[in-house]
Design a protein around this ligand. Structure first.
Ligand code: 5GP
Length: 202
């Protein structure tokens, strides 16, 4: 039997601002160390504690637009007046090498990935409730009332895209959310189409 690794799994994770996506991702990656987290390109400024090349590749608008023109992005979007996008080359290299790749992207980008890579698994993370999301956004102490109201409104609009996702995870407790995602990825890996290499020649 040929047990050679098949192509890596492309995993898309979306969820509203304040849902705790980054924390869930950090937990997930601490368990599934084999997953490659795709570092996006963005034109927004780094926040306190963010490092270039780690959280994002921070670039100018000109540089970003040059990447769009050169067709170097798998997907990109303009979100709250800033560009965000995923490098096509890096993703392809990892997937070809049999490495699973995780994208943390918003709903428009996810829709593009769905069209371009139908085999991707799309996961949406929601808060236990909108009241809880509001509490979390207030708890950050970084944004004013108006900004928070805008984020809550945007969250509602984003949630309309949930039917386009394969899985829905509730971030009630970070470790549970990460466990659910790990379970999803394990099940995806067991799909017949992803395991045909195990029975080739039988
Ligand atoms: P933030 O500025 O809070 O880091 O991210 C804002 C939003 O942009 C989040 O919903 C995040 O998932 C999304 N995002 C980050 N990188 C990308 C990307 O490469 N492409 C797309 N489409 N969205 C992204």
């Amino acid at each position: 039997m040929n047990r050679a690794r098949h192509r890596g799994q492309l995993i898309v994770l979306s969820g509203p601002s304040g849902v705790g996506k980054s924390t869930v991702i950090a937990e997930l990656l601490s368990v599934r160390k084999d997953i490659y987290f795709s570092v996006s390109f963005t034109t927004r400024q780094p926040r306190v504690g963010e490092a270039d090349g780690v959280n994002y590749n921070f670039v100018t608008r000109d540089a970003f637009e040059a990447m769009i023109a050169a067709g170097e992005l798998l997907e990109y979007t303009e979100y709250v007046n800033h560009y965000y996008g995923t490098s096509l080359k890096v993703i392809e290299e990892k997937l070809d090498a049999g490495i699973d790749v995780l994208l943390d992207i918003e709903v428009q980008g996810a829709a593009t990935v769905r069209t371009k890579c139908p085999e991707a698994v799309l996961i949406f993370i929601i808060p236990p409730s909108f009241e809880e999301l509001s509490r979390r956004l207030h708890g950050r102490n970084t944004d004013g009332e108006e900004v928070i109201a805008g984020r809550l409104e945007k969250a509602k609009v984003e949630c309309r895209e949930i039917p386009n996702y394969d899985y829905l995870v509730v971030n009630d407790k970070v470790s549970w959310a990460a466990e659910e995602i790990i379970a999803i990825l394990t099940a995806e890996g067991c799909r017949t189409k992803n395991r045909m290499n195990l029975v080739e020649g039988v």
